[in-house]
Structures are given as C-alpha cells and as structure tokens.
Design a protein around this ligand. Structure first.
Ligand code: CP
Length: 302
C-alpha cells in the first residue's frame, strides 16, 4: 500500500501485521527511536484537530523522523492566496517523504494521492472517511477481544456526517459475523452506501430508535459527537443521545464504550470512571497505531 485514503484499502493481513507492530511499539518504543531517522514527514491540516495531528506528530518524532507542519492550513498556508491543493501537494512533496493531510473536502486526500510522488495519508476528509481513526478503533477492540470476528457494535449519534463511523463500519466488514446496531439522531441516519457495504460483506445492520433497542450484551458502544460544523443550525437542533452511568448500567461487564473524541455532552463525565470506558486509552492507541502505519509505509517500502 502506498497511500492511505480509505479504510476499504486494508485487508485482514494488513491489520494483523499492523496490530502486531503497534503492540510491539507500545511495549518497546525505545527500540524504534531511530527507525525513520533522516526522513521528513509533513502534516497539512485544513481542519481543526487535537488527537490526530498531535498523535501523528508524536509518532513521527518517536520514530526519529523530522516534522514540518501546517496546523491551520485553511488560514495560514498559501491556500489563502488561492493556491490549489494540487499545487500545494506538488510543493510539499519536495520537502517531505510523506504527507499526512486533513481536509474539509471528502475526496481531497484521494485527489492528492493521484498526483503525489510521496505517500498521502488521509487524516480525515470532510464527512467522508477517517481511515487511521478506524485503525486505532479496531486496534482498541482487538486488544480487548483478541479477535474482530463475531463482533456486535452499536454506532450511536451522528451517523450521517460522522466520518469515523463510515471508516469503522467498512473496516469491521472485513471480519466474519458482524452485527452493527445503528442508533442515530433523527435525520442523521447512516447512509444507504454504508449499510449496503456492511451487508454486501456479509454483516447485518439493524436500525434502532434508541439505546433501549440495543441488546445488553453488545460488545461495543461507539458513541459520536454531532458534527454541527457540517450542518445548518436547524439540522443541528437535535436531542442528543446521552450515555450516562444509568444507561451504561444496563449493559454487561464486557461491553466497552468507545468515542473518537472530542466529546460534547453525549458521554457524561461520570462514565469516565467506569472500567468499560476506554476512550482515553483509545486516543492514546492512536499514537502507537500511527507509528506502526508510518513505519510500514516509510521503512518497509524502502
Ligand atoms: N478523533 C479525532 O479525529 O480527533 P481530532 O479531531 O482531535 O483529531
């Protein structure tokens, strides 16, 4: 694999290798401190980010590579002067061995990958996909269950604009006997494109009106934030689905709670103390998984 633009590019074999390396990096990070010495990686972010940008930047530096970064490219790069994305990519590829990019347009990373001479990694594209988030989501589930087969997962909240859910259901569809419960806010249901994808790959999609419709033995509650920055004010006036301790108490001991973060009110802070709440561990896993990905793209292919 040269570029990472969609979670559908990954095979089971890719994930097996990547999770093994992420586990090794997590256990023995110092062994890899000079792995990418002499290489430069660029982060080009046209949308806000805390976790994705900083975990990539930490990963880059922990592997011994150097970093060049534009954290608010929409306002401080030459995009302000009218430079096209393709021209920007042609310039940045001359300065770096890989480009990690987040953009407000769904297909920007894919379009960049068609002209780039260096690997392009999609760090979130509009309301489309966020493939490296699905890597860390699946890794976090894998750490708990040691398998992604026979998984049941409730995806909750804004399933229409939430790009993390889109990439996650595609990646999980690689595995056997998948059941996805969709608990969406009104008007923010998962689009047919993703439901078809799950079903075409042998999984089941079950739409639920509320969390009450999700069986108490579900493996994962995957809560998401309402992406108000992508909607009209009227569209954003929805009653949030909230996971608080009372809601979580109905679910079994093995049910884990994930969230790509950032959160607003959709997970009550009291839930943070429940051992099933793994979203902070999930965010930290982002760094190990992104180290593994960069290592595979930049070390193993050269
Ligand atoms: N999960 C995620 O993409 O978070 P950031 O927007 O902070 O990068």
């Amino acid at each position: 694999m040269r570029h990472v633009t969609s979670s559908s590019q990954f095979t089971k074999e890719h994930l097996k290798d990547l999770f093994a390396l992420a586990t090794e990096l997590k256990q023995n990070p110092s062994r890899y401190g000079q792995s990418l010495s002499g290489k430069v990686v660029a982060t080009l972010f046209y949308e806000p980010s805390t976790r994705t940008r900083l975990s990539f930047e930490s990963a880059i530096q922990r592997l011994g590579a150097s970093l060049i970064s534009t954290e608010n490219a929409k306002e401080v790069s030459s995009a302000v002067k009218g430079e096209s994305l393709s021209d920007t990519i042609r310039i940045v590829e001359g300065y770096a061995e890989a480009i990690v990019m987040r953009h407000h347009e769904n297909d920007a990373a894919y379009e960049a990958s068609k002209i780039a001479a260096v690997p392009i990694i999609n760090a979130g594209g509009g309301s489309g996909e966020h493939p490296t988030q699905s890597l860390l989501d699946c890794f976090t589930i894998y750490e708990q269950r040691f398998s992604l087969d026979k998984l049941s997962i409730a995806v909750i909240g804004d399933l229409r604009y939430g790009r993390t859910v889109h990439s996650l259901v595609k990646m999980l569809s690689l595995f056997d006997d998948l059941t996805v419960y969709g608990v969406s806010l009104p008007g923010l249901e998962l689009s047919e494109e993703y439901i078809h994808y799950i079903e075409e790959h042998g999984g089941r999609f079950i739409s639920c009106r509320s969390l009450q419709g999700v069986p108490s033995d579900v493996d994962v509650l995957y809560q998401t934030r309402t992406q108000r920055e992508r909607m009209s004010v009227a569209e954003g006036e929805v009653q949030e689905i909230i996971i608080d301790q009372h809601v979580l108490d109905r679910f079994e001991k093995h049910t884990i709670v994930l969230h790509p973060l950032p959160r607003n009110q959709e997970i009550a802070p009291e839930v943070d103390h429940d051992p099933r709440a793994l979203y902070f561990e999930q965010a930290k896993n982002g760094m190990w998984v992104r180290m593994a990905l960069l290592y595979m793209l930049l070390k193993e292919n050269h």
